[in-house]
Design a protein around this ligand. Structure first.
Ligand code: UQ8
Length: 203
């Protein structure tokens, strides 16, 4: 009888231990955010023939803010949308060279304590230093972001001012020249403004 009671006690103790463990894992995971790709966007602006300015975007974004304090944004370069099918294919294959460089990735450290203490409905502007991995080149982006807490579970991150990407910093000028020649254009600007709205939700 004693041994039976002993076994029951040990089983109960193990049950409480594992329930307690899974509870603390849930708490840790609560600080992980995933990008809400349906409600996020990233646009870039091209200029050709001096005055012909167009908006383009990427259809496929993904990303996260992990509980170790790293934010990541993945941009599927094959999902570029310029509004013209032939141009999409040329930008994908001849400029971004998606066969070799399928995605661009942005990473940056995040102050999780500051993020979790931000009141719902409030917006904060933060200076950040991010790394952009594009076309095989890693380059720093120092900029300001506006972070708005929409609810207990959702935040919105936007650029405070357009981020200027210079093709020369990412070995992309010869690809732009190839596109310019194919389209019989005199000018395509080597500088491209980028704007984004990213929504992240806890899982
Ligand atoms: C809480 C907290 C802080 C969270 C943080 C969350 C987080 C992760 C935040 C991110 C922060 C951050 C700093 C993000 C940075 C995002 C950036 C900057 C990403 C980079 C995006 C990117 C890859 C942009 C593209 C860059 C680039 C150099 C593009 C070049 C595009 C060009 C110049 C295209 C030319 C198009 C054109 C005019 C073609 C000519 C043409 C052709 C070829 C044609 O065939 C044709 O017709 C058939 C035409 O006529 C219609 C043509 O015009």
């Amino acid at each position: 009888m004693n041994t039976l009671m002993g076994k029951v006690k040990i089983r109960c103790a193990l049950l409480f231990f594992f329930v307690g463990l899974s509870g603390s894992e849930t708490l840790l995971a609560a600080s992980d955010y995933a990008l809400d790709s349906e409600n996020s966007s990233l646009y870039f602006v091209t200029t050709r023939q001096t005055h012909d300015i167009e908006n383009h975007f990427f259809r496929d974004l993904s990303g996260s803010i992990s509980s170790n304090g790293q934010a990541t944004l993945n941009i599927n370069l094959g999902s570029v949308e310029t509004g013209v099918a032939t141009r999409n294919q040329r930008v994908r294959d001849l400029l971004f060279e998606v066969g070799t460089f399928s995605q661009a990735t942005v990473t940056l450290p995040v102050d999780l304590a500051r993020l979790s203490s931000q009141a719902s409905g409030s917006a904060e502007t933060q200076a950040v230093s991010a790394t952009l991995d594009l076309h095989g080149v890693f380059s720093n982006i120092d900029t300001e972001l506006v972070i708005t807490r929409l609810s207990d579970t959702t935040i919105m991150v936007q650029n405070a001012s357009p981020i200027l990407i210079r093709a020369g910093d990412f070995n992309l000028t010869s690809g732009i020249d190839t596109l310019r020649n194919l389209a019989n254009l005199d000018v395509i600007s080597y500088t491209v403004p980028v704007n984004f709205t990213l929504l992240f939700s806890t899982q």
